[in-house]
Design a protein around this ligand. Structure first.
Ligand code: ZN
Length: 478
């Protein structure tokens, strides 16, 4: 296989030549755009948006690597179990959030980095785990398996301790022991240098944020197993990537020429005269979404999809289908954090990154957002306003997360729907999709028309920053 292994001298401290490009921070990993990876899907484990527990975890699945998917599933469910062991409910406001990135993808190896954040009170901490899949041996591995043996792990630990000893006095290098848990997040930068990441407060009690150490490839390569070398090669870039614009710059550039998102059939129904309902589906797109789109299409029904940005980036083809089939794509943030727990900068980042990934997929800019867990305040609304989005809650809660029985979902939705209702559902649950045909049949028999959220308001434009939880609802004769 013709894979270039040229990595340069690998010494980050080489004296810069005036003509050289500015070297990248050596611990930065160049994550792979998931929309470019064939056979990729995502799995979501969550408490839905209306529960009192705030748990949202997403991990990728690869069609040709079931062992990788299984290892990721076990890792994520382990975090969920530790977050709320047994029957003990987490304290109010506690949140668990798992998102993912692709650390490397090649014909030989795949690396998936999971970022696990959890809060207890005001204290937010993140841990990082990188799981690797070797496509040659068809083996899912911990990061430590990239090293060839115990001696290599000890050598790496010594090397990392030496590097950390030169850092600030809050870092304690002595806690870096050669154990697999400590070295559970190993990746490579685009030059092929090895990058070790630590969890918040793992080597430094007082500081949070990502702490990482890069080991130049010339020193790292002798420590790697055969699978480790394949993983390293998977991360090496042989050509320079185009200069990346910041998400905000990219969004401005993308939005400038792009129209606002709108159903292709908006204006075809007059909700002042007819009984309208807006079905909304959150947290996807995911493996069940295509089946839901088939069902909606059979009934000629339209819906609003509040997509999670990281899922949207993995499923651009599903967003294109939504747009082309008359649905509306809206913003449900990048990784489904409780926004009221975040700083302004992070709220903007959550909204902007999702906005960017959706806009890139469908060529239209979302005008609606739904805050994860329905958790928003005036501050969140003002930031949504700045990005041109209305805030949408719901009037009917399907409580679809709490049941695997589609009949319960059908009864709850059909029983509570009134003209102008906004119905909360999630297209990541099989039972929700199983319930869809019966919901559409029964509400259809009652005379309901299934529209996207803005159509409930007719010619009255929804206003950015304003919160909506149901349409004006003026059914004939009521
Ligand atoms: Zn949600």
């Amino acid at each position: 296989m013709a894979v270039a292994t040229l990595t340069g001298c690998g010494v980050a401290t080489a004296s810069p030549n005036a003509d050289d490009p500015v070297p990248a921070e050596p611990t930065m990993i160049d994550y792979v755009d998931p929309s470019l990876v064939t056979g990729l899907s995502t799995r979501t484990l969550s408490t839905g948006d209306s529960g009192s527990r705030h748990v949202h975890a997403v991990y990728p699945s690869l069609a040709d690597a079931p062992r990788l998917t299984e290892k990721l599933r076990r890792t994520v469910t382990g975090h969920l179990a530790r977050f709320a062991p047994g029957r003990t409910p987490p304290e109010p406001g506690a949140e668990l959030n798992v998102d993912w990135q692709l650390a490397a993808v090649s014909a030989e190896a795949v690396g998936v980095r999971l970022r696990v954040g959890r809060s207890a009170g005001a204290d937010w901490r993140e841990s990082r785990t990188t799981i690797w899949y070797d496509r040659v041996d068809r083996r899912a591995m911990d990061s430590a398996d990239l090293l060839k043996d115990r001696a290599a792990l000890e050598m790496l630990a010594r090397r990392v301790r030496a590097e950390l000893a030169g850092r600030s006095s809050t870092v304690n290098p002595d806690v870096v022991r050669p154990d697999r848990e400590m070295f559970d997040s190993i990746g490579f930068n685009p030059r092929g240098d090895l990058v070790v990441e630590f969890d918040d407060r793992q080597v430094s009690p007082r500081t949070a944020g990502r702490l990482a150490v890069a080991v130049p490839s010339a020193e790292a390569r002798p420590l790697l197993s055969a699978a480790g070398e394949r993983a390293r090669r998977a991360a090496v870039r042989t050509t320079e990537p185009p200069a990346a614009a910041s998400p905000q710059e990219a969004l401005l550039a993308a939005s400038a020429a792009r129209p606002p998102a709108r159903s292709t059939r908006a204006g075809s129904v007059d909700c002042a005269k007819l009984k309208c309902v807006a079905l909304t589906y959150d947290d996807g797109p995911g493996p069940e979404t295509g089946r839901l789109l088939d069902i909606l299409g059979r009934f000629g029904a339209r819906a609003t999809f509040f997509s999670v940005g990281s899922n949207a980036s993995a499923h651009p083809e599903l967003l294109v289908r939504m747009r082309d089939e008359g649905h509306l794509v809206a913003n449900h943030t990048w990784s489904h954090r409780d926004l009221t727990a975040l700083s302004s900068a992070r709220i903007s980042d959550q909204l902007t990154r999702a906005q960017q990934s959706i806009t890139q997929s469908i060529g239209q800019v979302p005008t609606l957002m739904r805050p994860p867990y329905g958790s928003a305040d005036g501050h969140v609304a003002s930031l949504a306003a700045r990005l041109g989005m209305s805030v949408v809650h719901w009037s009917v809660d399907s409580r679809d997360r709490r049941t695997s029985d589609p009949r319960e979902i059908v009864e709850r939705v059909v029983g509570q729907t009134r003209p102008g209702a906004i119905v909360l559902m999630h297209d990541v649950y099989g039972a929700t999709v199983d319930a869809a045909p019966e919901i559409l049949r029964r509400l259809g028999e009652e005379g309901y028309i299934f529209v996207t959220v803005p159509e409930l308001y007719g010619s009255r434009e929804m206003q950015p920053g304003v919160t909506y939880d149901a349409g004006p609802g003026r059914p004939p004769g009521e």
